[in-house]
Design a protein around this ligand. Structure first.
Ligand code: M6P
Ligand code: ZN
Length: 183
């Protein structure tokens, strides 16, 4: 058993809870404007993930639970966001629920059609099968959300690193806007 603090979404540390931090320096090639990224401190934390993995990764029939905190910020006009992934087992789904902050869940199917769902406290989202997903913080405070996914889903980062998403969420006149990526 683990415990969650619902006000922050944070899990109480335990040996089953894995914690990781993603910094700007590790997100090269993810944001569109490479020069703008280079001008920022690579040690800047973009998001932190806590993952409760009560069964070994790859176990069929199990679930993982995670909390992600995405910091506010931008690289040029593009909001701070998670790396994003397809599941290695493409038909595996996932649920997200927003605890605090404002954001966008960016979804892309295998034909690269990309859309977004606004995230705000209390919003619950389903990532359908065969759909890549990433989250951008479109607000000015931390964005906190919880997630639940099958323990045999796996993460395929490679295809996102290579091809990205079909669209990006950028700030246009102060508003989060989905803009189709240059091909
Ligand atoms: C959510 C879940 C995790 C994921 C994390 C960060 O908590 O979807 O599986 O690891 O977000 O996203 P990414 O793996 O794309 O960096
Ligand atoms: Zn996932």
């Amino acid at each position: 058993m683990v415990r969650i603090d619902w006000t922050s979404g944070l899990l109480q540390p335990s040996k089953e809870v894995h914690e990781s931090v993603k910094k700007l320096g590790q997100l090269e090639g993810i944001f569109e404007n490479a020069a703008a990224l280079k001008a920022l401190d690579p040690r800047t934390a973009v998001y932190r993930v806590q993952a409760w993995c009560p069964v070994p990764e790859g176990t069929e029939g199990g679930l993982f639970w995670g909390t992600t905190v995405v910091e506010p910020g931008r690289v040029d006009s593009e909001y701070f966001m998670t790396h994003g992934h397809f599941h290695l087992k493409r038909d595996r789904t996932e649920c997200y629920a927003t605890v605090e902050g404002e954001g966008a869940l960016i979804l892309m199917n295998e034909t690269r059609t990309t859309w977004m769902e606004p995230m705000s406290p209390g919003s619950v989202h389903l990532v359908p099968p065969h759909v890549a997903h990433r989250v951008a913080n479109t607000g000015s405070n931390a964005l906190r959300f919880v997630a639940c996914w099958p323990s045999d889903a796996g993460h395929d980062y490679e295809s996102i690193r290579k091809h990205g998403f079909g669209a990006r969420v950028v700030c246009v006149d102060g508003k989060a806007t989905l803009v189709r990526s240059a091909v």
